[in-house]
Ligand binder design. Structure first.
Ligand SMILES: O=C(O)CCC(=O)C(=O)O
Ligand SMILES: [Fe+2]
Length: 333
């Protein structure tokens, strides 16, 4: 028997939620969210002809927020809608059908359908199930974890992966120039064309106590950059100066997170963003982050051109797989 899925727990809860999902008071969204905030995660318009302006907006957001939203990008809304319909179709299958894709026990890879990802403070649980699989490059894909239902699942994911390339390259180029490097240097130091796109689908079932539970608990993403599309249910929050702000849902926007590897490569100039998700009482929330990851044995450290006597490296250089292992097991880096 596999682990108990939150989707099943949600169906069988009638009045309240199991204790394990009730967060500590220091985490409960009902207590810790800033309401009526004037501060907002920056929104960047990719169709703005003023390239300098776009570049400095990205640099500024990456330094000060570690998160921003992009509107008027090149990914067609139909491609996003199809990706979302495919993922929603999968999570609406029977539990038995979904378990076919369950992450095998003992597997070292992230790939597969699953529930808890890592050990959490005081054994608290997250109100979310997920499906992970790579979508790029083709040599890294394991179709064993791509659902066969709905029938258009594969096509939807392949199309979305193709549309992502332009956005990924433009982001890396802007972030690279923002560090005073040449446009191609940052992506090269992150794995170049071997960068792997790992898709995660988060499924947050309706929750009777959204004031007490959390979807994904506070964390920074381990990868380089995350490109995320949510469904239309509000839930993503970003932390800034110790306070939690809602990241406004904007239809068709791409949410970008700066992950740990970019913070490391930039020797701390860019910040990976601390974020978390809340859940909804009536509706299921879903999101589709794609984590841009260096190949597992690729070494990442502060970019050599950014370190010198005055700016010594602030981070160790290590294999991406070692970084991930330490982070998931809460071992200091
Ligand atoms: O659901 C979201 O909007 C964010 C999910 C997230 O942060 C993650 O899966 O790493
Ligand atoms: Fe995240």
């Amino acid at each position: 028997m596999g682990a108990e899925r939150v989707q099943d727990i949600a169906k069988s809860s009638e009045e309240t939620i199991p204790d394990a999902f009730i967060r500590l008071e220091t985490e409960q969204p009902g207590i810790t969210t800033v309401h009526g905030a004037v501060l907002e995660v920056p929104t960047i318009d990719y169709s703005d002809p003023d390239e300098e302006k776009v570049l400095s907006a990205i640099e500024d957001a990456a330094r000060n927020w570690g998160m921003f939203q992009i509107v008027n990008h090149e990914i067609p809304s139909e491609a996003i809608a199809k990706l979302q319909a495919a993922g929603k179709g999968f999570f609406e299958l029977s539990q038995e059908e979904k378990e076919v894709y369950a992450k095998p026990s003992g597997s070292k890879s992230m790939e597969g359908y699953g529930t808890a990802l890592q050990k959490e403070v005081e054994g608290k649980k997250a109100w979310v199930d997920h499906l992970f699989h790579k979508i790029w490059p083709p040599s890294a894909i394991n179709y064993r974890f791509w659902p066969e239902n709905p029938a258009f699942y594969r096509e939807a994911n392949e199309e979305y992966a193709k549309h992502l390339h332009g956005v990924v390259d433009k982001l890396f180029k802007s972030l690279s120039l923002g560090l005073g490097l040449e446009g191609h240097e940052l992506k090269e130091a992150a794995g170049g064309d071997n960068l792997e796109y790992l898709l995660k689908i988060n499924y947050y079932p309706p929750c009777l106590r959204p004031d007490l539970a959390l979807g994904v608990a506070a964390h920074t993403d381990m990868c380089t950059i995350t490109i995320l599309v949510p469904n239309d249910v509000q839930g993503l929050q970003a932390s800034r100066d110790g306070l939690w702000y809602d990241v406004k849902y904007i239809p068709n926007a791409l949410v970008i997170h700066i992950g740990d590897q970019i913070e490391i490569l930039s020797n701390g100039k860019y910040k990976s963003v601390l974020h978390r998700t809340t859940v909804n009482k009536e509706k299921a929330r879903m999101s589709w982050p794609v984590f841009m990851e260096p190949p597992s044995d690729f070494e990442v450290g502060p970019h050599p051109k950014l370190v010198n006597k005055e700016n010594p490296p602030k981070f160790k250089t290590k294999k991406y797989s070692d970084y991930v292992y330490c982070k998931l097991n809460k071992i200091p880096q």
